[in-house]
Design a protein around this ligand. Sequence first.
Ligand code: UDP
Length: 241
Amino acid sequence: SGSEVRWKRIVFKPSGEALAGPSGKGLDGATLDHTADDIIELRQGLGVDVAVVVGGGNWWRGRTGSLEGMDATQSDHIGMLGTVMNALALQDALERKGQPTRVQSAIEMPRIAEAYIRRRAVRHLEKGRVVIFAAGTGNPFFTTDTAAALRAAEIEADALVKGTHSGVDGVYDADPRTNPDAKKYETVGYSEVISKELKVMDATAVTFCKENGIPIVVFDMSAPGALRQILTGGQVGTIVQ
Ligand code: UDP
């Protein structure tokens, strides 16, 4: 029942790589399927309003390697288009399971998605639809983490839940992959994340959440049932608050 739920409305942010298969590139049917199940469990099982901001790193990692000379804005436009592909694939996975959805894009593409309109997004959530926000903020020089923080503030979400697929199940005081003494935080303050440059989200996104009082949960999406546990008060990942 609703009273057991920690937050009534969340923004869920899967990284692009968390929607890809083991290769980290492109899209993977089984991964999309599991992600859709986890979202539906929140929406239908727990009655939580779920808005999703999708990343795009499975398609585009910016102007690296032989693309080094590319214009920065041009590169970011390509990156944002990648997130639209992820949004449409996740929409398909959710709707094939009977979950109504809307995709809203920060870059207008009326043939394939609604434009981002805050009031309309909130109305969709109130009607039990999952809203997927595509194209980040619509602006170059930002990240989808910052887009997730921005949308969370706009729709008055209670928390930003960031799913990674790094094999790292939260925030540590050092890199646990190279340092066996690294300690995991259950909770950590925004200021500590910023001052110690802990790997959570980019500093712009963390600062934005701090200024707007939005708690951030970072967790490893590959653990089954983790999203549900987060919403029902289980100790999963790390909370930044
Ligand atoms: N991007 C952007 N503006 C935004 C959000 C994203 O220009 O508001 C670009 C970003 O530079 C990157 C791409 O879109 O090239 C994909 O986003 P991101 O790397 O944040 O995705 P993730 O790391 O979560 O997969």
